[in-house]
Design a protein. Structure first.
Length: 500
């Protein structure tokens, strides 16, 4: 999910700070030289993240003779979905650590170290031990890095620095370069040398990014290390005890068999729903909100639901579509059998090609562009249309679907993504109460977490229902939900109190 990744900086808020000068007069394509180091660590993090995720589901369900762990397909997809949800749940933790304890730059650096450890665990530890340790560490580290990389880039520029947008565009390019190359390289290595070599390539990539960033982080401004709302000594003790208790409960439930591989996605879904409800309650009952701010929080509820529905389909790029690519796609190109993981590099190409066009379109239309609720509705309906396109080739058996079919489907995915993902992060900041901006952004991340976990749960239906029935029902529901939001957009706009 490269640019659909809501941590990407399209229309995203940034932390203003001192304009970092280029070290020794050097610049990075006309930008502060420190941007090169953030660009590098983010590019390699995306390389390792999508490279590892590209082969993860195959490692889980391929048989032992194929180098895998032999899990049922539905359980494997559930783990991948739960992992995706865990990454975005972790962004909330990463943002909190930056705001209350360490500052964004330090959380970014420590998160990169945690990611390296996670990839090494997947590469070096055997079986389910490596999967368990590796995925937990990568999820925690990726969440921390996602939550803070954009903020650190923002500290390189003053608010009136004309280079700001161009700098974020370069940062965004790094994200998509890593997302494009990762699945290609790890997939090629996995298909020729085995899964652990593929995981090892992801680890090496992240190590390169960490080493580069370690040398360059000293060039970042001090504002990147500021702690906006530091905890006092008593607060630190209380939260430390809460963290220890939470870990103890999770370990105890795992030992007791309550938390299992086959119900992880369900657990993440429940945890995310409870967290989202708690966030909305805290926001809506806060005495610091005036009437306008409270109406705007109410307006975010239907957007949150639409976003969750969108991501539950979009994130099937990592659950259902890998299954489809391996089992139903004709991957032969001029006598060369491409690895199914390469399918996951199609979306980043479309993002790089189309994101600039969408930005130019919204700029040209100005006030005439669709409102945010309409964009959300069209994005949700659009990803449903992509699922209906699968019906053209449903009913076949074996690897009979042409590769161009998945290219078309992922093109429609990308159009839908660009209607919702960057707009979602932007509107979460515009609707946020002044005193609680971070919480509203966290709510948007929670919608991604919920959708990601649901995508793993839905994969169980894909493996049990006829192919055409699955794609028809899921796609149809998404289209109906999207059209309902479009129909309700005047009411939602009224609640948004002047925000479009």
């Amino acid at each position: 999910m490269p640019s659909g990744d809501p941590s990407t900086p399209q229309n995203s808020p940034t932390i203003s700070g001192a304009n970092a000068s280029s070290a020794h007069g050097r610049s990075f394509f006309g930008q502060p030289w420190a941007l090169a180091h953030i660009f590098g660590v983010e590019m390699w993090e995306r390389f390792s993240f999508y490279g590892m995720q590209g082969i993860l589901i195959y490692y889980l369900y391929f048989s032992a003779t194929q180098g895998g762990l032999g899990m049922p397909e539905a359980a494997a997809a559930g783990i991948v979905g739960a992992y995706g949800g865990g990454v975005y749940l972790s962004t909330v933790l990463g943002a909190w650590l930056a705001d209350r304890l360490l500052g964004s730059e330090r959380v970014l650096f420590y998160s990169a170290i945690v990611i390296v450890c996670g990839h090494l665990a997947l590469a070096l530890l055997p079986g389910f031990v490596g999967v368990g340790v590796g995925l937990v560490l990568v999820a925690l580290g990726s969440g921390g890095l996602k939550a803070n990389a954009t903020s650190v880039v923002g500290t390189l520029y003053s608010e009136d620095d004309t280079r700001r947008d161009a700098g974020f565009s370069l940062f965004y390019l790094g994200i998509n370069l890593g997302s494009f190359v990762g699945p290609i390289l790890t997939g090629a290595l996995q298909s020729t040398l085995g899964f652990h070599i593929g995981f090892g390539a992801a680890a090496v990539g992240m190590i390169l990014g960490l080493v580069q960033y370690s040398f360059g982080r000293r060039q970042l401004p001090e504002s990147a290390r500021e702690v906006p709302n530091p905890l006092g000594g008593r607060g630190r003790l209380i939260w430390a005890l809460v963290a220890v208790a939470a870990v103890a409960v999770i370990v105890a439930l795992s030992i007791a068999g309550v938390i299992r591989a086959d119900n992880l996605s369900t657990i993440v879904i429940v945890a995310t729903i409870l967290a989202a409800i708690a966030y909305f309650v805290v926001l809506l009952t806060s005495p610091r909100l005036d009437a306008t701010e409270r109406h705007r929080v109410f307006a975010f509820i239907p957007l949150f639901l639409a976003s969750s529905a969108f991501w539950s389909l979009y994130q099937q790029q990592f659950t259902v579509i890998p299954l489809y690519a391996e089992q139903r796609l004709d991957l032969n190109i001029l006598g060369f059998q491409i690895p199914p993981t390469w399918v996951q590099s199609i979306n980043p190409v479309f993002i790089i090609l189309l994101s600039g066009a969408f930005a130019a379109l919204w700029t040209k239309w100005g006030e005439r562009q669709p409102s945010t609720p309409v964009k959300f509705g069209l994005g949700t309906a659009g990803v449903g249309v992509a699922f209906l396109i699968f019906l053209i080739w449903s009913g076949g058996h074996g690897a009979t679907t042409p590769l161009l079919a998945i290219v078309l489907i992922l093109f429609v995915f990308t159009i839908a993504e660009l209607l919702l993902s960057p707009v979602g992060l932007s509107v979460s900041t515009k609707l946020a109460p002044k005193s609680m901006r971070a919480q509203m952004v966290a709510l948007f991340f929670l919608s991604v977490a919920l959708g990601s976990a649901v995508s793993g749960e839905l994969a169980g239906l894909y493996t049990s229902l006829p192919e055409g029935t699955y794609f028809g029902i899921i796609g149809g529901i998404a289209i109906v939900l999207g059209l309902i939001l479009v129909a309700l957009s005047p009411w939602v706009l009224k609640l948004m109190r002047g925000v479009r």
